[in-house]
Structure formats: structure tokens, C-alpha cells
Design a protein around this ligand. Structure first.
Ligand code: ADP
Length: 360
């Protein structure tokens, strides 16, 4: 039996992006009786090309392997609907057995191009994923902030209560100590707030990315001196070494200051007082490297992949104050320079952060 569709129907199929076909089966093979509509039109496959040819001739092995089990199902009397790729388009295919008496010799099928819907679905689920991630970040943020703020606040409130109730009975020394404790805790809170503000202004900093051509040794030396001045007395030994003939770099000095200050402050926070932090500047095959090495607590292997994730804090360093935001911003800033950052670490041996910047 051969079928030909009227022109009007063909036009209609093209219009609604539909394809219809009929398959019959003899003892050995499945053949197309006809196959008309959107696919034939789009890919310029004349109906006579498909008619009476076996499915294995028409389809690639992969497409056929998806189609075949469904065809078997339909010939067993079960209607099916499934998705299938055809020439990089996603098709929703339906197969319907045609029952004549008790025999099924043909099945009818239709294919509908759902590529656009699929893509929209993908975009939607990506947007949902992002939304979920943002929500998780928000919870982490609330947790971190409340956790970090609660400790100093509790301290302040306890000291203030002591003063309120026992001021009359306190000697001068205890009064001064209690007041000092309040002041220290207040400073802690101020630092925390400053930290959070720096992180939230990081985005605006990055929109003003303004690199200039500078010499890396000079830039690093200035940054290190600035940082060292703000820590008085300096709790660690900072050593700076560099190769003599380094090429110039394209750095935004403000962002580089933020980057180095953050890594250096971490190195100080997470390594014993008095130990040495080594900053090295070197060049290998078109790449300028800055490495910052400490001899501190180190980072566990399981934590290393997460340290650049916002709010991540290792449980090894829970006793030290922090927000878990610093390194995520550092990474963003390094990448703005076209650079990369990674860390190498061994527990209780120390950590090295390695920044790599392409040569101009
Ligand atoms: P913060 O220091 O405020 O917690 P960061 O984003 O700067 O946040 O660092 C994330 C985490 O990575 C830290 O909490 C700490 O666990 C770990 N880390 C970063 N630098 C070091 C380091 N030099 N030595 C050991 N652990 C580090």
C-alpha cells in the first residue's frame, strides 16, 4: 500500500512543524510506506527517497537503536511516545499501531520538533539551579554573619553586665580589663563589618577594573610595604624574593593590593606567630608567577577544592575569625587580570597560593 498526501495537508504539516509517517513490517524488516512533513521539507528529503526503504537504510545506527525498541512495542499493540535526536534536533515521536482484525502490519507515527521547548526547558532549569545556589549562599551568609557576630556580642554584653552590677566593688585593674574586653570585642565587630563591606564592594571594584603597565617587583614591593605598615608589630617574618629580569605586567594596582593583602592576611591568620611567609615573583615561559607560601596549619585535601567558594570555611580553622569570602573575591580579581590561582597544601606543613598572569 502506498500513500500520497494531498498538497494542502503537506503544507499544513510544514506549518505546524509536524512530520507523519507510516511503517510496515514483513518477516524481516521494517519499511517506510510514506514519510511526509516537516523533516522532509526541512532537510529536503523527497518522499520518494524514503518510500519503501528499510529503516536501517534511512537512520544512523544510533538513531535506529533508539527507535527500534519503540517500533517493536508499537507492533506489539502498545502506543508509545518518546524523545529522539534527529540531525541535532530533538523530536517528540509518537507511534500508534494500526490494528486490522487481529493483525498489526503497520504503525502510524508522528514527529514533532521540540528543540526550542527543550532549550527553553534547559535555560529554565539552569535559572532554577542558579536560584537554588543563591538561596544556599544566602543561608550560608546569614549563618556566617549571625555566628560570627554572636560571639563578640555575647562577650560585650557579659562585660557590660559585670560593670553594671559590680562596678562599685571592682578594683581599678578589673574595671580597666573589663572595659578593654568590650573595646576589643567592638574592634572585632568593626573588622567583621569592614570585611563584609569590602566583599560587597568587590563587585563595584571589579567594574572599575583599570589595569596599567607596571613592573611587578615594584608593585609587589609597594603592596607588601603598605601591608607590613598596617600590622604593628608584624607578627610574622615576610620575605620577598624575585627574579631580576622580569617582564612588565598589566595589573590594576588596587585590585592586586586587595589580592595580596587577602592571601597574606590568611597566611598570617593560619600560621604560628614568628614563622616566615615567603612571597616569590618568577617567570616561566610567558607566565609571571606570584607565590605566597606559609608554614601554617595547611588545608586538608578534601577542603582544597572548596576554598574559593563563597562562605566556605574549613573546620580546621573554625577557631580563627573569618567570613569565608576573601578567597572567592581574590579569585574573581585574579581572573579579571586574565590570570589563574590555585593552592597547594599539606596539613600542618603549610600552604602555597600560586597566581599566574600571562605576559603582555
Ligand atoms: P576566611 O579566611 O575569612 O575564612 P577565605 O575565603 O579567605 O575566608 O578562606 C577560606 C578558607 O580557606 C579559610 O576559612 C581557611 O579554612 C582556608 N584557608 C585560606 N587560606 C589558608 C591558609 N593560608 N592556610 C590554611 N587555611 C587557609
Amino acid at each position: 500500500m502506498l500513500l500520497t498526501l494531498p498538497d494542502e495537508v503537506r503544507q499544513l504539516l510544514r506549518l505546524v512543524q509536524h512530520h507523519v509517517f507510516m511503517i510496515y513490517r514483513d518477516e524481516e524488516e521494517c519499511y517506510f510506506l510514506f514519510s511526509e512533513g516537516m523533516i522532509a521539507e526541512q532537510y529536503n528529503i523527497p518522499t520518494r527517497f524514503v518510500r519503501n526503504r528499510t529503516l536501517t537504510e534511512i537512520f544512523t545506527k544510533h538513531t535506529y537503536s533508539v527507535l527500534y525498541p519503540n517500533i517493536v512495542k508499537a507492533f506489539n499493540g502498545i502506543s508509545t511516545q518518546f524523545e529522539m535526536m534527529y540531525r541535532e534536533r530533538t523530536m517528540l515521536v509518537s507511534l500508534e499501531p494500526i490494528i486490522r482484525g487481529k493483525k498489526i502490519e503497520e504503525i502510524m507515527g508522528s514527529a514533532f520538533d521540540i528543540t526550542v521547548q527543550k532549550e527553553a526547558q534547559k535555560e529554565l532549569s539552569a535559572a532554577l539551579d542558579k536560584e537554588r545556589q543563591l538561596n544556599a549562599l544566602k543561608s550560608q551568609f546569614v549563618y556566617t554573619v549571625s555566628h560570627e557576630f554572636r560571639t563578640p556580642l555575647t562577650g560585650i554584653s557579659m562585660s557590660a553586665e559585670l560593670l553594671q552590677h559590680y562596678m562599685g566593688r571592682m578594683d581599678e585593674y578589673t574595671k580597666r580589663k573589663t572595659l578593654e574586653s568590650i573595646l576589643n570585642r567592638t574592634n572585632e565587630l568593626t573588622n567583621l563589618i569592614e570585611d563584609l563591606l569590602t566583599q560587597s564592594s568587590a563587585q563595584s571594584l571589579s567594574t572599575m577594573f583599570n589595569p596599567e603597565i607596571i613592573h611587578p617587583v615594584m608593585a609587589c614591593q609597594t603592596i607588601i610595604n603598605d601591608i607590613a605598615e598596617t600590622f604593628d608589630p608584624l607578627s610574622h617574618v615576610i620575605e620577598f624574593s624575585y627574579e631580576e629580569s622580569l617582564p612588565v605586567v598589566h595589573w590594576d594596582i588596587r585590585l592586586m593590593r586587595h589580592i595580596i593583602r587577602n592571601i597574606l592576611t590568611n597566611a598570617m591568620k593560619y600560621s604560628p606567630t614568628g614563622t616566615t611567609i615567603l612571597i616569590r615573583l618568577y617567570y616561566v615561559q610567558g607566565v609571571i608567577y606570584v607565590s605566597i607560601q606559609d608554614r601554617g596549619v595547611g588545608i586538608a585535601d578534601k577542603d582544597l577544592p572548596h576554598i574559593f567558594t563563597p562562605f566556605f570555611r574549613s573546620n580546621r580553622t573554625e577557631t580563627v575569625k573569618g567570613t569565608g569570602l576573601g578567597l572567592s573575591i581574590v579569585k574573581e580579581f585574579v581572573e579579571l587580570h586574565g590570570g589563574t590561582i590555585h593552592a597547594e597544601s599539606q596539613e600542618n606543613q603549610g600552604t602555597t597560593f600560586i597566581l599566574a598572569f600571562p605576559e603582555l
